[in-house]
Design a protein around this ligand. Structure first.
Ligand code: FE2
Length: 397
């Protein structure tokens, strides 16, 4: 896959490699830091991921490494603040992990050595006036989904369990490194959830009031690449099909690039109603982000495609993904593919599938705050509250 054209949309330079290639990685660090690198602060998490351990050991053999792993899913602001005194005066920061790790690396590298007040930063009040990051940042995803490596946003959880999306240009990393060998280490359930996150990014960037011709082109390429690579990668990870390690790394890299491309698109448009709803699921019941995005994807698709302008966009997208079909048939094929893939990957269609018991009244009470979320307001067309509550009520059983 060729990310070179999409790179024009993003200030983050993207380097792809099939396997861990230390010669290239050393060059990436040198060119990103713009000086010889001696000390690196790695932000990671406490979970054992063999390919990541291998990468960290290779880095440790050449550089003085400080590895900080205090990252939980939906990272806590207090964990990030607690890591600041332990960074070890690095020449460069590297985040190696899933979206929570990459978001944490953005915040730690932003706040380290900066006069910026952490509370102001996490409340989003610093906004684009935030003073620039003082230290270079490289992000290396170990999942193929969040696109965080190329976005200017981070999602952080406060002590009251509320998730805050902070967006600011200094949160863009300098360089993203996509490595097939790393994302090939995902367990199948993580591949399923994060892949649906990527698909949601691509599609929510289409039914989005901020879409431009360039973002629509990038979303289309991203959605097609996700659908080409997602199932074969999942099947290989579950052992349903046999791939040798070379073919597996190729497939994982293609999926990682697809997710990255979707990240470039939504970094410009923002996400939409599915993500706004997913945040409530994450805050109230700790539903993992990708799973929470998958929950309503086909319902959001049905709702927005009633709106003629969006329907035209989706038909164009579907014809691009399935070139032998046209018009309504292509649209139906795209919808059916989403539903079929969700079923195959055991992703939730109902609240019951997530072990959540809820009533219509509770839906209205809990999901009301999704309308305060700017992501909801990006949706084209903008749903009213009754539409969202009806949509969710149908998912009670
Ligand atoms: Fe997402």
């Amino acid at each position: 896959m060729d990310l070179s054209v999409q790179n024009l949309m993003s200030p983050v330079r993207v380097v792809s490699m099939k396997t861990i290639d230390m010669d290239t990685l050393n060059d990436v660090l040198l060119f990103t830091a713009k000086k010889p690198v001696e000390r690196i602060c790695v932000i990671s998490d406490p979970y054992q991921v063999p390919a990541r351990e291998k990468l960290i050991e290779k880095l440790r053999s050449k550089y003085e490494l400080t590895v900080l792993t205090r990252v939980q899913p939906d990272p806590l602001t207090e964990d990030i603040i607690s890591m600041l005194p332990e960074c070890g005066n690095p020449d460069i920061f590297i985040g190696i992990g899933g979206g929570s790790v990459l978001d944490s690396a953005k915040a730690v590298s932003m706040l380290y050595g900066n006069t910026l007040n952490p509370d102001e930063f996490f409340s989003g009040k610093a906004g684009s006036s935030a003073s620039a990051r003082k230290f270079p940042l490289v992000l290396i995803p170990t999942t193929a989904g969040t696109g965080s490596e190329v976005t200017r946003v981070g999602v952080y959880r406060d002590t009251g369990n509320r998730k805050h999306t902070v967006g600011s240009p200094p949160l863009f990393a300098d360089t993203a490194v996509l490595i097939g060998e790393l994302t090939a280490g995902m367990p199948p359930a993580l591949c399923a959830a994060t892949g649906f996150d990527a698909l949601s990014h691509a599609l929510e960037s289409v039914w989005n009031k901020n879409a431009t011709p360039a973002t629509l082109r990038a979303s289309a390429r991203a959605a097609r690449a996700v659908l080409e690579n997602f199932e074969p990668l999942y099947d290989a990870l579950t052992g349903t099909i046999n791939l040798d390690s070379s073919a597996l790394y190729d497939r994982a890299l293609s999926m990682t690039e697809a997710a990255c491309m979707a990240g470039m698109a939504f970094s410009i448009t923002g996400t939409a109603m599915g993500h706004a709803i997913s945040f409530i699921l994450g805050e109230e019941w700790h539903v993992p982000h990708g799973k929470a995005c998958a929950f309503t994807l086909e319902d959001c698709f049905m709702f927005v495609s009633q709106y003629e302008a969006v329907k035209e966009r989706l038909i164009a997208l579907a014809e691009y993904i399935f070139p032998v079909t046209k018009g309504e048939s292509a649209l139906a094929m795209l919808y059916d593919t989403i539903v079929r893939t969700k079923k195959k990957m055991n992703l939730p269609f109902t609240f019951k599938d997530m072990n959540i018991t809820i009533t219509r009244n509770e839906i209205e009470k809990l999901f009301a705050r999704s309308f305060d979320d700017p992501k909801m307001k990006n949706t084209l067309p903008l749903p009213d509250e009754k539409t969202v509550y009806d949509l969710l009520e149908k998912k009670i059983c």
